[in-house]
Design a protein around this ligand. Structure first.
Ligand SMILES: Cc1cc2nc3c(=O)[nH]c(=O)nc-3n(C[C@H](O)[C@H](O)[C@H](O)COP(=O)(O)O)c2cc1C
Length: 315
């Protein structure tokens, strides 16, 4: 038996496997396939201040080794989310990692404040800040593409939450220098980082000679992006080792389908792993990946999961 437990910015989790935001709604659907309380954490769909219907259809397109989505941030808004979804997750004993979003830095702060004052807040193990949203005040420039804008959001969210509540900044790979964004977020008070969100892509329907997605562009996810996730995690973890900014835990995401895929992200420096797109064709994927990872670590002679975090950096 391998000790799979992990501490993430103060939260103690029984194992490092999580859902990825937006790929498992808010838990009820997956709970028919396995007990969501068995996950290290359940990451909820990014929630904004008000209810939103998302982008126009079609909102999904297949690609050779992944998919493109332009769901947009569809959701019930923070009030309905805390009353219905968060209360339900607390009721079944899950460990919710709540993903929040905003179209202005003030909206992120408002969502964090509303979350804090909710009845089920005591069940929350962390807040993931989805900074891959367009900033309406800055010509729609995505917060995560700018270190200063990212840091401002993280600092405002941090102010709204108790000091011991872990805050994870979720980074976009669509930047020239992900280390500078990671550094800005950590210096602004992030207790950890989640990497990576989807890559911006586009598919053209060559029969209709039009963009295939209603929203024109979309986020690329699935196996094809795994090397990008491994590279991003590696670069950020290497910068921490080099002392460029304080070491904080990284949650890895991007194209994980098997325990071996998860191990790749972990060896690059991730202390936890999220499974997103794989859940669409195998709803049990996060728990299967956990079992496969544990079996693999056992076969390699590891006694504890934490021993293998960032192991590929050792020379
Ligand atoms: C349909 C869909 C919806 C998503 N919605 C969100 C979201 O609301 N917030 C967020 O931070 N990431 C969202 N993501 C990104 C995933 O959480 C994850 O970072 C990304 O898909 C890479 O992991 P994967 O290859 O395992 O899917 C979404 C991804 C997909 C495919």
């Amino acid at each position: 038996m391998v000790d799979m437990s992990v501490a993430l910015g103060g939260a103690r989790l029984p194992n490092p496997l999580m859902t990825a935001s937006g790929c498992a709604a808010n838990g009820k659907e997956l709970h028919r396939f396995f007990d969501v309380a068995d996950l290290g954490a359940f990451v909820t769909k990014s929630v904004m201040a008000q209810a939103r219907s998302g982008r126009g259809t079609p909102r999904m397109a297949e690609t050779p080794s992944g998919m493109l989505n332009s769901i947009g941030l569809q959701g019930p808004g923070i009030s309905a989310f805390v009353e219905q979804d968060l209360a339900w997750l607390k009721g079944v004993g899950a460990r919710p990692l709540v993903s929040i979003a905003g179209s202005s830095s003030g909206e992120f702060a408002d969502v964090a404040a509303a979350l804090r004052s909710s009845d089920a807040f005591d069940a929350v193990v962390g807040v993931e800040v989805n900074i891959s949203c367009p900033n309406v005040a800055d010509r729609g420039l995505v917060f995560a593409c700018d270190p200063l804008a990212s840091a401002k959001v993280v600092a405002l969210v941090r102010e709204q939450l108790p000091r011991d509540m872990p805050v994870f900044a979720k980074l976009s790979p669509d930047v020239t220098d992900i280390v500078s964004v990671a550094s800005a977020c950590v210096r602004a008070g992030a207790s950890g980082l989640t990497m990576i969100n989807t890559l911006l892509g586009m598919v053209i329907d060559t029969d209709r000679m039009r963009p295939q997605l209603g929203g024109v562009t979309g986020g690329l996810s699935g196996p094809g992006i795994r090397p990008v996730a491994v590279r991003a995690i590696w670069q950020v973890r290497a910068a921490m080792f080099a002392g460029r900014f304080p070491t904080v835990p990284i949650i890895g995401a991007g194209g994980v389908r098997t325990g071996r895929d998860a191990l790749e992200l972990v060896a690059a420096g991730a202390s936890a792993v999220q499974v997103g797109t794989a859940t669409f064709n195998d709803p049990r994927a996060p728990m299967r990946v956990l079992q496969e990872l544990e079996t693999l670590l056992d076969a390699k002679g590891y006694a504890a999961f934490t021993e293998v975090v960032a192991a590929a950096h050792q020379r």
